[in-house]
Design a protein around this ligand. Structure first.
Ligand code: PMT
Length: 406
């Protein structure tokens, strides 16, 4: 798995840095090409010479390295390396580096490189237990996870400070297994493919301050966009109003109403090789939204009647327009799921429908997991177990890849 793989190992200034040369040695022994990048603080714990000896390559410690600062090579080395790698790991990752990465700082080689990276990045936090559990560190880690980086939680046990708790760098075998799993899961098999994804709810205005919406968080659609980008696709994500960070290397178009989403998706559709409609689009909109806030005092009686009109069915309209595109829709069903999804696949000319049920534990809105069934227009079905939404996204992309080939 590691043979001939190009791996960047980032080392930051924590006591666990003393273990990282062993990680590098094992990666090299397994046949990987390893480029080590160290922060200044890391060099307080282990010397670059140790790493260059085990990696059999010069270690990068400075933004401008050996070359004169004015050379083109010095300016673009971080970009070249970012494109070179199959995977990057930061082990150990200190609270300081995690905070920098979470906020997009680029004040040294390591942080600049991470901003330019296209391949998966595995971050192994290691620090004292209180620093790790500090809400700021946890928030920064959550933010990195949301941005599409992979986190390997620290082990619990005795720490260098003498305290006991979470914060130890996992064993070398665990780090290597995590890198192998990532390389196994993420192939660049969608390079040059344009994938269009929709995510989140739509909001239909009632008046300038109120709307009709739904509970979609956007997590399913964002997981799809993230997974497709990691697999090398050019991803356009049309997102309804959600509170999520845009995954790395994803072009995002924000929309609010179903009509906005319809316009955006139709604009992008011709260039797409595949469309995945994970958004929970409102089927109805308020026929005539009020131009001023509706005031309670001005209403007679105890009820307020809103007249709704049908929104366009985006998926169906694109199914009718498709030329070469693979089209995947979702179906959110609480009863008669398979039959309804089969009907949707046919009516909307979809190549596949991803059926999920919001009343099942761990599925549907807001959850980090989903249990889905793939339903095909010819009646075939494929049931998946409960999985993280990222893994569901990977499975959907596997099927799309097969449908594109067919
Ligand atoms: O965002 P999360 O919190 O992660 O939740 C994920 C999810 C539950 C929203 C997602 O997994 C999901 O099921 N999305 C589709 C929800 C939905 O609108 O299902 P539906 O069965 O009503 O619609 C069928 C398909 O037609 C969907 O692909 C939908 O995007 C599309 N549609 C629906 C209405 C409409 N006017 N135009 C459409 O294109």
């Amino acid at each position: 798995m590691l043979k001939d793989k190009k791996i960047i190992v980032g080392v930051t200034g924590g006591i666990a840095a003393y273990k990282t040369p062993l990680l590098v040695r094992e990666l090299v022994k397994a046949g990987a090409e390893v480029q080590v990048v160290m922060t200044r603080a890391a060099q307080q714990f282990v010397t670059p010479l140790t790493f260059s000896t085990v990696a059999r390559r010069d270690v990068i410690t400075e933004m401008f390295g050996e070359q004169p600062a004015a050379t083109a090579q010095a300016w673009t080395q971080h970009i070249g390396l970012a494109l070179w790698a199959d995977v990057m790991m930061i082990a150990p990752a200190t609270a300081h580096t995690i905070a920098k990465l979470a906020h997009g700082f680029a004040d040294d080689f390591l942080s600049t490189l991470v901003l330019a990276l296209r391949c998966p990045l595995l971050i192994a936090p290691s620090m004292d237990v209180d620093m790790y559990l500090n809400p700021t560190t946890q928030q920064n880690l959550a933010s990195l996870k949301e941005a599409g980086y992979f986190l390997l939680p620290p082990d619990e046990g005795e720490l260098a400070s003498g305290l006991t708790g979470a914060g130890r760098l996992p064993e070398i075998e665990t780090l290597i297994k995590a890198a192998e799993e990532l390389l196994d899961r993420v192939h660049q098999d969608l390079r040059d493919k344009n994938i269009l994804v929709t995510a989140g709810p739509t909001y239909e205005p009632i008046d300038p301050v109120r709307f009709i919406g739904n509970s979609s968080s956007g997590k399913m659609g964002f997981a799809l966009a993230h997974a497709a980008a990691l697999r090398g696709a050019n991803v356009t994500l049309v997102a309804g109003p959600v509170q999520l960070r845009t995954p790395r290397n994803v072009r995002r178009i924000d929309v609010r109403t179903a009509r906005d989403m319809y316009d955006a998706v139709h604009r992008e559709f011709d260039q797409a090789h595949a469309l995945i409609m994970a958004a929970a689009v409102a089927d109805y909109t308020v026929a005539q939204p009020a131009t001023q806030k509706i005031k309670r005092e001005q209403q007679s009686g105890d009820t307020l009647t809103l007249t709704l009109s049908k929104n366009p069915d985006i998926l169906r309209s694109l199914g009718e327009r498709k030329t070469h595109q693979v089209i995947v829709g979702f179906a959110l069903e609480t009863d008669n799921g398979v039959a309804n999804a089969q009907a949707k696949a046919k009516a909307k000319h979809a190549d596949m429908i991803v059926l999920n049920n919001p009343s099942e534990e761990g599925s549907g809105f807001h959850t980090d997991t989903n249990r889905v069934t793939f339903v095909y227009p010819d009646g075939a079905i494929e049931e998946l177990p409960l999985l993280p939404k990222f893994d569901v996204a990977m499975k959907i992309l596997d099927r799309i890849q097969a449908l594109m080939r067919a």
